[in-house]
Design a protein around this ligand. Structure first.
Ligand SMILES: [Zn+2]
Length: 74
């Protein structure tokens, strides 16, 4: 039973992280410098420094690395 939990807990935790990251990646992000919108991969969501709905990303349009705001899905 313990062995099952040791295997199950990290698997479930990893699955939740992937699902949440994919949901965040479905949103677009707005650059504060050029006001353009862009998307990022879900894998990047996991490794990117963030606070609430702000993500520190490299803008593909103006190449500035700064805090970008997560936009709601319309
Ligand atoms: Zn930009």
């Amino acid at each position: 039973m313990e062995y099952l939990l040791i295997f199950l807990i990290p698997t479930v935790a990893a699955a939740i992280i992937v699902i949440l990251a994919k949901r965040i990646a479905a949103h677009s992000f707005k650059c504060k410098h050029c006001s353009k919108m862009f998307h990022i991969k879900w894998t990047k969501v996991i490794v990117t420094e963030h606070s609430e709905n702000e993500y520190k990303l490299l803008c593909p349009h103006c190449k500035t690395k700064d805090w970008c705001t997560e936009q709601p899905i319309i």
